[in-house]
Design a binder for this molecule. Structure first.
Ligand SMILES: *Cc1c(COP(=O)(O)O)cnc(C)c1O
Length: 425
């Protein structure tokens, strides 16, 4: 039966059997993931109940959006759930990069220094910071930047971090997820240790965590371990696949007030910003997110187990604990990346007939290949794979609104590599 339906989708019996064999060893891991999802589901429901979410929250507003109860309540729900004083959660935050740019530029002034103690930040932040020249970068506004790379084993270089903190250091940015790098993602506990270390040296420093791809992977979030701001994209985990746009910043009242002034206008802040008709999707997506994340995590672990067995280097390994939903797979050449992405695309419910090809993307330095057949365009909480065409030719696999769809995607990627004679089973 199962064989037949997979066969009709283009997954051969050999590939299906190979997958089943790998899967039989993953039962215990999947149970742990379900337990985390159960906890986080309860956490979200509690936040919604405590803030009296009702049908009136879904109506939406137009124009200025004064007294938008849906928007204001949703921001309280995020703050409750993530245990922060305040939150900014809006469709006017266009994506994760925008949310990060708002958080940084709102809380850094000319003469201040930004420190990244975890190596190079995500590609799109290079222009925000001015690591790559750009108009309107923080650098152009007189904010300097300092970076301390991770040690070769992927841990924090505490000695040099201590040296890098100086009288100008105002804000510290910590990226939880590996992004497009072959380095480990950090656990919330590790992030907490790093924050404590830095705040001991300089208590007045503001710490921001780029939490993209990390929400609901663990029971704790960076906001539980001392982050002043936690930032993410609604086109990823917390949107649950339903938010059609948006980003969030959750943190201290002081930081969020400044972010709101930067996002809209000084003096106006959070009071304006019509929510139009997206509120139901924002709420429902947040409600579903813990389970969507669980499905994505199962897919990532399955991908790691399959590709490790096929002889590729995978990060994290199938047995390692997860701190985000990203699975890096070093495929070794551009052709393998293209075959892998072709498989992910072929498994999609939308645009399955399209062939992904490498191309330039604004904000990224190298050509990037992306596979995504998504209901929300470019959404990477939906099944997707992407990566810059540069050594070590790693694809970053992520998402899947359901575990079973993620499974199909992984099988289909193997199928394409198999058909092209690039692997043997
Ligand atoms: C995706 C991502 C971003 C940027 O988010 P966009 O929504 O793509 O702009 C920033 N940091 C990390 C770690 C990410 O994964």
């Amino acid at each position: 039966m199962h064989n037949d339906i997979y066969l009709s989708l283009g997954v051969s019996a050999e590939v299906y059997q190979y997958g089943e064999q790998v899967l039989s060893g993953l039962k215990a891991r999947f149970e742990t993931i379900d337990a985390t999802a159960e906890y986080n589901q309860a956490k979200v429901v509690k936040a919604m109940q405590d803030n009296r979410v009702g049908a009136q929250c879904f109506a939406g507003t137009t124009g200025y959006g004064h007294d938008d109860i849906g928007r204001d309540t949703l921001e309280k729900v995020y703050a409750s759930c993530f245990h922060t004083e305040a939150a900014l959660v809006r469709p006017h935050i266009t994506c994760g990069t925008h949310a990060l740019a708002v958080a940084l530029s709102a809380n850094l002034l000319p003469g201040d220094e930004l420190l990244s103690p975890v190596g190079k930040p995500y590609d799109t932040l290079e222009e925000v910071i001015g690591i790559r020249e750009s108009a309107c970068s923080l650098k152009e506004y007189g904010v300097t930047y300092r970076q301390v790379n991770l040690l070769p084993d992927g841990t924090f270089d505490y000695e040099n971090i201590a040296k890098a903190v100086n009288e100008k250091t105002k804000l510290v940015t910590i990226q939880r997820s590996k992004g497009y790098q072959m380095r480990p993602s950090f656990s919330v506990a590790q992030i907490g240790e790093l924050i404590a270390f830095i705040k001991k040296i300089k208590p007045s420093v503001t710490v921001m965590v780029d939490n993209c791809y990390g929400e609901f992977v663990e029971e704790l979030e960076p906001s539980d371990v001392g982050a002043d701001m936690m930032v993410g994209s609604l086109i990823k985990n917390p949107g649950g696949g339903l938010a059609p746009i948006g980003g969030y910043i959750a943190g201290t009242q002081k930081c969020i007030d400044r972010c709101a002034y930067r996002l809209s206008a000084p003096g106006v802040g959070q009071d304006v910003g019509a929510s139009l008709s997206v509120m139901t999707n924002f709420y429902q997506g947040f409600f579903l997110s813990p389970n969507v994340v669980a499905g994505a995590l199962k897919g990532a672990i399955f991908a790691a187990a399959v590709y490790e067995k096929l002889g590729f280097r995978v990060l994290p390994g199938p047995d390692e604990e997860r701190h985000d939903i990203i699975q890096a797979i070093e495929l070794g050449c551009a052709e393998n990346m293209e075959a892998f992405c072709l498989g992910i695309q072929a498994a999609a419910p939308v645009d399955s007939y399209v062939t992904p090809v490498p191309s330039p993307i604004p904000g990224y330095d190298d050509e990037v290949i992306m596979a995504a057949g998504a209901f929300v365009q470019g959404s990477s909480i939906e099944l997707s794979a992407d990566g810059p065409i540069r050594p070590p030719y790693a694809v970053y696999y992520q998402g899947g609104l359901t575990w079973h769809h993620a499974k199909l995607g992984v099988l289909m990627s193997v199928q394409k590599l198999y058909e092209k004679g690039r692997i043997s089973l």
